[in-house]
Design a protein around this ligand. Structure first.
Ligand code: ATR
Length: 278
């Protein structure tokens, strides 16, 4: 019997997850199907999810705007999903709905793919933005034991809230004014853009890299090389684009549903780049 999974979101047509999971289904010779399901904000998300579980779906990915409600309607949730208040993976098993969040995992895995030496963890990180992606990334860095993180966001209150929620006795989180985002860069080993600035159709991100010697990450992947990453490349800095996080966050979902841990291969990355360009 064909095993069914998919992605629930609104809009969902742009999602690249079907391509990623289809590649893994094919490479593992599994009889499965990954569908896009547009679920409007007016629909009752719980009813939709329970219906899919009854139809025999193994689970689903969840994207905007349903990540919070996905956690709320679940029967059990991983510590990551609980802490972030949002789920991007649902698994249906034994009549129950399990929620997980792999965004932080995806970020760390893509970073580790680019930097083999783990010294970056000892220097502070500068995180731009304080939305859902920033929360996942800060949570993952805290779990990794990073001692010091700076967060800056256009609305300072949101950054303040993030800092209060995620700081621990071993990780200090300082908030910087958006206008002061340059001030601490020289002391940082990692800078991460989690805002939508630099994305197609959005204003550019204004951030000068001349005093910076660390690693630059931009989670935006349209365009794949943002102006920030072009500058990083020209300066010879290690840079990580947004495809890595997108690819790696899919690994735990596939493994939960199909019981096989898939690999993020060069071939898969190339397929995705081709698809984004099309
Ligand atoms: P996500 O869940 O993908 O992180 P989000 O919650 O919409 O998305 O967050 C978008 C981030 O981009 C926020 O940090 C947002 O800043 P605000 O919290 O002040 O809204 C940031 N952002 C979006 N447009 C921006 C702009 N023109 N200038 C600065 N920051 C911007």
């Amino acid at each position: 019997m064909t095993q069914r999974v998919g992605i629930l979101g609104w809009p969902v047509a742009h999602s690249r997850s079907p391509l990623i999971h289809k590649y893994w289904l094919d490479s593992h010779g599994l009889d499965g199907e990954y569908l896009r399901l547009a679920v409007s904000p007016e629909e009752d998300f719980n009813t939709v999810v329970r219906g899919l579980a009854e139809q025999g779906w193994l689970g689903a990915n969840v994207t905007v705007p349903h990540k919070e409600v996905a956690l709320a309607i679940s029967d059990e949730a991983s510590p990551q999903a609980q802490r972030l208040g949002a789920a991007n993976i649902l698994q249906f098993k034994d009549g129950k709905v399990y929620a997980d969040n792999s965004d932080g995992y995806g970020f760390i895995a893509s970073l580790e793919e680019a930097i083999s030496n783990l010294d970056w963890i000892h220097q502070p990180a500068l995180i731009l933005g304080a939305g859902g992606a920033a929360r996942a990334i800060v949570g993952a860095l805290v779990d990794r034991g990073m001692p010091h993180i700076y967060v800056t966001n256009r609305s300072r209150a949101r950054a303040q809230m993030l800092a209060e929620n995620f700081a621990t006795p071993t990780t200090r989180i300082d908030v910087l004014d958006w206008a002061a985002r340059q001030t601490q860069m020289a002391a940082c080993g990692l800078v991460v853009n989690t805002t939508s600035l630099g994305m197609v159709g959005q204003p550019p991100l204004e951030l000068a890299l001349e005093s910076f010697t660390g690693c630059v990450v931009d989670i935006v992947y349209a365009p794949l090389e943002t102006a920030l990453l072009t500058e990083a490349r020209l300066r010879g800095l290690i840079s990580v684009d947004g495809l890595g996080m997108l690819l790696h966050q899919a690994v735990p979902a596939f493994e939960a549903w199909f019981g096989v841990r898939p690999s993020v291969t060069r071939e898969l990355r190339h397929k995705l780049i081709e698809d984004l360009g099309a």
